[in-house]
Design a protein around this ligand. Structure first.
Ligand code: EPU
Length: 305
């Protein structure tokens, strides 16, 4: 997309030509040509409404911690930059989508509210966690979700409670062209010291099984029902398999790490090798858990991602 964007979009806070290496935890990808950073819900609504009106595809970026970008992205990308404020009402806490997910989990614990301990090691933004129904240690976000706010693909603002079918394992309907704006979690009163101890235990478990010190994008593939993708990759003998600086982690088979200079193409190749090898060895076709941004689609309309 080389033509100029509509004035309504250009009036919003935005940056040009930002490398995805700086926008993602994995540290690869091409260039983000247009990065829109609305500071208010109204600006976010202008973004979505204008794109809908013009038939412009767009993508949403959260914390960039669950994303593998394979090339340049020409379509507008939106990353919310709302004020980082929590609101508490009794046992409920409301956070904007751009709030840090780990920060939310930590701050509610300090307030003596229990229920988000499982999330204390899951990076990214609150909006990303909502979008993916993030989870760990047998709990996922929808279980503590009281309400959430989002824009529809047409740009209409909706606030509602979750309903059956809207959130599943590492999936929500929001990925289908909606833009998450914020959420309210319903927690339970708890002793801050006990909450901190539970958080410390989860962090310790994560620290011994996941390559936290290296650039990564979390688990790359979804766990097939009743199985662990990490174990399947491990049993296929792939731990340590390397394409340039992209490597299957020695700590956890379902993590791919960037030792520094890996390219997007090398990660794409590594993912393809892992998938093919697990299919050959175990007869299981692993499905990516991370978002993958490849070449933009040719047709108009909101894109997943
Ligand atoms: N295992 C191996 N080899 C490996 C990795 C794991 O044998 O290389 C075995 C472990 O020993 C364990 C089993 O597989 O017996 C499960 O491993 P783990 O406890 O690490 O959990 P997981 O199923 O691999 C899931 C989530 C993680 C989440 C952890 C902890 C997915 C795809 N992964 O991993 O989420 O942190 O449980 O709850 O659902 C993510 O979403 O990005 C993510 C990392």
């Amino acid at each position: 997309m080389t033509h100029a964007l509509p004035d309504d979009l250009l009036a919003l806070p935005h940056r040009r030509e930002v490398p995805f290496a700086r926008l993602t935890t994995l540290g690869v990808g091409g260039v983000c040509r247009w990065l829109f950073e609305p500071q208010t819900e109204s600006q976010a609504q202008t973004f979505v409404r204008t794109c809908a009106r013009e038939g412009l595809p767009w993508r949403v970026l959260g914390g960039g911690s669950n994303l593998v970008v394979l090339g340049d992205v020409e379509v507008p990308v939106v990353r919310l930059r709302f004020p980082a404020e929590l609101r508490r009402a009794g046992d409920e806490v409301t956070a904007p989508a751009s709030f840090g997910h780990i920060r939310l989990a930590t701050e509610v614990g300090d307030l003596g509210l229990s229920g988000l301990e499982y999330a204390s090691g899951i990076p990214g933004s609150v909006g990303g966690a909502l979008h993916m129904n993030a989870g760990a240690y047998g709990t996922e976000l929808v279980e503590v979700l009281a309400r959430f706010r989002f824009l529809t693909p047409a740009g209409d603002l909706v606030e509602k409670a979750p309903e059956p079918g809207e959130f599943r394992y590492r999936w929500s309907f929001l990925g289908d062209g909606h833009l998450a704006l914020g959420l309210t979690v319903r927690l339970a009163p708890g002793d801050p010291a006990r909450i901190r101890a539970q958080v410390a235990d989860y962090r310790r478990r994560r620290g011994t099984s996941q390559p936290l010190a290296k650039r990564n994008a979390g688990c790359i593939f979804k766990n097939p029902p009743g199985q662990s993708a990490g174990r399947l990759i491990d049993q296929a003998g792939l731990k340590g398999f390397r394409v340039g600086d992209a490597q299957v982690s020695l700590e956890h088979g379902n993590f791919l790490v960037n030792h520094g200079t890996a390219s997007a193409a090398q990660f794409a190749e590594l993912m393809a090798v892992v998938r093919a090898r697990v299919l050959a060895e175990h007869g299981v076709d692993l499905e990516p858990e991370v978002e993958i941004w490849a070449a933009p689609k040719a047709h108009p309309g909101p894109e997943r991602g």
